[in-house]
Design a protein around this ligand. Structure first.
Ligand code: FHN
Length: 482
């Protein structure tokens, strides 16, 4: 099978006939408790925190906006605005890293109120700085005034709140001397790269051993040719990680096959437990997912994962935007992971905190449409998003119809049709009408739900529909022949 190019997963496009794959998936679709939990997470929180959080995308009043891709990429600041000797200056930030306000328990309580069921926390981003006292590096919290195990604090605090923890880990590492982006060629590069691989393996095993409560590893920075060429190593390592922690969840970004195919091997099989799409992007249709589990990582600002001090001119997503995205994800069985970038002291920003509270209020009132409900095999509607479970269907109305009639289209031979409707939040009953529009040769029946004109709200709302036996309302008309 030739893999179908997916515009949302950054899988490599491989044309041509199917190829033999020796380093394909180590797992097929899992249905154990861990993956069943994953499917019901619905909403997650991402936290990008590290040395870059101290800077907020600027240094000594000079903005890195023109020279760095995103605030957490500030070490790679290039161009005329970059301070002299910049990478060295950045690399010494550990000497002043001391997030005194970081209260992981407060973060976890906030995430709980928001309705997050899992958190992905940056244990080590591209700068190589480890937020746990790793024995395999001298570039860690233990080599900073902080001297706290921040990963441990997050794992404990979130676990205590019943929120599952996934450990974000960047393979790409700007600090390790052996790291190289291209395939190592001479003896020195090969030796350096091998040392880097040993260090990566040691850190990952260390993370699993130190944090037995962690449920998954969320990989990043796995796109360089050096890593792609190390497919034997990554295949072995994935096996080792899974053996070390049965039930561990690993997404499709970790590794590739021997032909360089990422996310999906050259035969089209998913390389991991779920599809990690390219971030800030959603799949265009449910069908393109081919039944794979997935999550979508989303920033609140345009492309800032780490803290950004000056967000002027940068649209910040609102709770309404996130509700829309969340329900769009759920309508395709995916999870939405909303990113937070606390400042260098460890405090969440005001906007993120506001959004978390508003989103949480909505989710807590409408949770039945979010967590246990998933894709519904009905036509998409421009009004919003459909989710469902068993005999219950949920329509999240984002765009309220001006005539007050929410119309859904069902196949005319549907065995189950809505027999009752109510507003999920208040329980208020709504009128339901099954409508035969009388279109010639129409294969559909329509269900009209009447939205009361006195319902005033400036936020999306959910209509719950109860399905029951369809009554024969379609008239047997004589269709015209031309
Ligand atoms: O380069 C990183 C980026 O800084 C951020 O961590 C995101 C989060 O998904 N991942 C990378 C790009 O894919």
């Amino acid at each position: 099978m030739t893999p179908v190019a997916s515009p949302w997963t950054s899988r490599r496009r491989l044309d041509g006939p199917a190829q033999q794959v020796a380093y394909g998936p180590l797992v097929s679709r899992r249905d154990d408790e861990a993956m069943r939990r994953f499917r019901r997470y619905g909403l997650g929180q991402f936290i990008h925190f590290g040395l870059y959080s101290i800077l907020g995308n600027e240094y000594q009043g000079v903005s890195a906006a023109e020279g760095a891709a995103a605030p957490e990429w500030i070490r790679a600041w290039r161009g005329p605005s970059a301070p002299e000797g910049w990478p060295d200056t950045y690399d010494r930030l550990n000497e002043s890293f001391d997030p005194a306000e970081l209260d992981a328990e407060a973060w976890a309580r906030q995430a709980k109120r928001m309705g997050a069921r899992y958190v992905i926390f940056t244990t080590k981003h591209h700068d190589g700085f480890a937020l746990w006292p790793s024995e395999h590096s001298d570039y860690t919290v233990a080599h900073s005034p902080c001297e706290r195990d921040l990963v441990g604090e997050v794992v404990d605090a979130y676990t205590a709140e019943g929120i599952d923890v996934f450990l974000y880990f960047s393979v790409l590492d700007w600090h390790h001397p052996g790291y190289i982006g291209s395939v190592p060629s001479d003896a020195a590069e090969k030796q350096g790269w091998q040392e880097f691989l040993d260090y990566t393996r040691a850190q990952l095993l260390e993370l699993l051993d130190r944090y037995p409560a962690a449920r998954g590893l969320w990989f990043d920075g796995t796109w360089d040719e050096s890593w792609i060429a190390s497919y034997e190593f990554t295949h072995r390592l994935e096996r080792e990680l899974r053996e070390r922690r049965p039930g561990l969840i690993i997404g499709s970004r970790f590794r590739n096959d021997e032909h360089g195919a990422r996310h999906f091997d050259s035969d089209g099989a998913l390389l991991g437990d779920y599809e990690q799409g390219w971030e800030r992007k959603l799949p265009e249709s449910f069908e393109m997912l081919a039944g794979n589990d997935w999550d979508c990582a989303m920033t609140i600002g345009p492309n800032a994962w780490g803290y950004m001090r000056d967000t002027r001119g940068q649209y910040q997503k609102t709770a309404d935007d996130l509700i829309d995205l969340l329900m769009r994800c759920r309508s395709m069985n995916g999870n939405l992971v909303v990113n937070f970038g606390p400042d260098g002291t460890g405090r969440m920003t005001e906007h993120e905190s506001d959004v978390a509270e508003q989103l949480g209020a909505w989710v807590s009132a409408n949770g039945e449409a979010v967590y246990d409900a998933g894709h519904v095999d009905l036509d998409r509607t421009g009004m919003g998003w459909l989710t469902g479970t068993g005999e219950r269907l949920f329509l999240t109305v984002i765009n309220r119809p001006v005539n007050g009639v929410a119309r859904l289209r069902f196949p005319s031979d549907a065995e189950r049709m809505p027999v009752a409707a109510r507003l999920l939040e208040s329980g208020r009953a709504l009128e339901v009408r099954l409508t035969d529009l009388g279109f010639d040769l129409d294969a559909a029946l329509y269900c009209d739900i009447i939205i009361p004109s006195d319902l005033t709200t400036d936020r999306a709302f959910v209509i719950e529909l109860v399905l029951g036996e369809a009554s024969p309302t379609v008239l047997d008309r004589i269709d015209a022949w031309m």
